[in-house]
Design a protein around this ligand. Structure first.
Ligand SMILES: Cc1cc2nc3c(=O)[nH]c(=O)nc-3n(C[C@H](O)[C@H](O)[C@H](O)COP(=O)(O)OP(=O)(O)OC[C@H]3O[C@@H](n4cnc5c(N)ncnc54)[C@H](O)[C@@H]3O)c2cc1C
Length: 393
């Protein structure tokens, strides 16, 4: 069996690729690096990159035409994400891809007409307010509360690990609206304007140096129209939104980038008079990883094609996401082995291979093991939703 992209999809990939080669030139990358930011670039660059995406018609490719999109399908969104990762572009998936997909699927007409044009023009960004200090993998135990007050709600609580919240225009915030209902049923999703009075932020740095905010809501008043879709349906929307998120971040660009660079290094670097690639043990390792790289590529486009055919993938998204992230970590670890002492050299050191990218990735991507439904949680989902195994206690 042979899987091919259509001519239209290939043409789209080339267009995206040409755009990214221009935008992500080594000069531009060097000028805008910022290790304090999650995606590694200054916020100004990320914003202007988003505007450029919009101007080149690359936001909303998969949305219906009546909402300003191009009416294409999820394969095109996957190609875009794949190429952006491969070229090391600032990650903008949340703003341009999985939040709008969720607004389209679950939002009210007002929310679609209000937010989608601003997203399409690259003007707004969101943060994901799911996790709390006491609610991570077990998200249904979240405590942030919204209490009705006339036509408004008053939100109080704390969100943790809120990536990029300090730059966000809106929060996509999971809140308990009915504490008397079973815990999965009394949750709603709010879209909260970050300029609302009562929002404050603290934060800390991750092991690889980027700033990670926590967001406190102290009696923040929001209107009823900020509830995504229907009240108390939040858990259902969150699960759908997380599936979109995993479908987008499960695309293989990041691992293809790391793998290609590692192969390039092994082909061009000599040790004891021989190219590293000639070492039989290293060849074995790389060949084994290559099988996983291909599996990841096929699985992620399998998920995209299910979306494109109008199906709602379930455990398949978790499978693609897990294989991608585990393979990325395998490459990170094998790269550290192969580079040896050079793997310790950091960005900016003239002797650091690929400007310290492998060193940075090794630490930065530690969170793949547990965040956004890490390896254990993904396996649980595959076991219960995919294989029908009983849930653990
Ligand atoms: C860099 C980074 C960015 C993040 N960005 C965001 C964001 O933007 N928005 C947001 O809302 N959250 C974000 N998070 C939070 C992230 O989703 C949580 O870290 C994650 O849900 C795990 O929660 P926890 O850290 O409380 O760990 P815990 O839930 O306490 O889990 C600890 C360990 O136990 C394992 N574990 C837990 N329960 C089970 C189980 N039932 N079966 C098997 N193993 C289990 C986990 O896999 C993990 O390894 C981010 C986290 C990081 C590190």
């Amino acid at each position: 069996m042979r899987f091919n992209f259509t001519d239209e999809e290939e043409t789209f990939r080339q267009k995206v690729c040409q755009f990214l080669v221009r935008e992500m030139s080594p000069k531009s990358v060097d000028a805008h690096r910022d290790s304090r930011e999650g995606n590694g670039y200054t916020e100004e660059f990320t914003k202007s990159f988003r505007k450029e995406l919009a101007q080149h018609g690359l936001i909303g490719v998969g949305w219906p035409k009546e909402y300003g999109g191009q009416g294409k399908n999820m394969i095109f969104e996957a190609i875009l994400s794949d190429e952006m990762e491969y070229h090391g572009a600032p990650s903008t998936g949340r703003a341009i891809s999985y939040i709008p997909a969720s607004i389209l699927a679950y939002g009210t007409e007002y929310q679609k007409s209000h937010f989608l044009p601003q997203i399409a023009s690259g003007d707004i960004d969101f943060f994901l307010g799911y996790s709390e200090p006491e609610a991570g993998s077990d998200l249904a135990s979240l405590k942030t509360r919204a209490v009705a007050d006339g036509d408004d709600f008053i939100i109080t609580g704390e969100k943790a690990f809120s990536s990029d919240a300090h730059h966000a225009d809106y929060g996509w915030v999971a809140v308990r609206t009915d504490p008397d209902l079973p815990r999965h049923k009394g949750i709603s999703l709010f879209i909260v304007d970050m300029n609302s009075p009562g929002i404050s932020m603290g934060g800390f740095n991750t092991i690889s140096g980027w700033y990670h905010p926590t967001v406190t809501f102290d009696q923040v008043r929001v209107s009823r129209s900020s509830v995504l879709g229907e009240i108390n349906m939040g858990w259902y929307y969150i699960m759908g939104a997380i599936d979109y998120e995993r479908a987008v971040i499960g695309t293989p660009g990041m691992l293809l980038r790391s793998f290609d660079r590692l192969i390039e290094y092994c082909k061009s670097t000599k040790r004891q008079g021989k190219y590293i690639i000639e070492d039989p043990v290293i060849r074995q390792k790389l060949a084994r990883i290559y099988a996983d790289v291909e599996a990841s590529r096929l699985m992620s486009y399998w998920v995209a094609s299910m979306h494109a055919r109008g199906h709602q993938p379930q455990h398949e998204t978790g499978l693609a996401f897990l294989v991608k992230r585990e393979t990325v970590r395998e490459i990170d670890e094998v790269a550290i082995d192969i580079l040896g002492p050079l793997a310790q050299l950091q960005r900016g050191d003239p002797s650091a291979p690929f400007d310290g990218e492998f060193e940075h990735n090794y630490f930065d991507r530690l969170f793949f093991h547990f965040a956004a439904g890490g390896f254990d949680i993904s396996r649980n989902v595959i076991a219960s939703r995919g294989l029908g195994l009983p849930r653990g206690t």
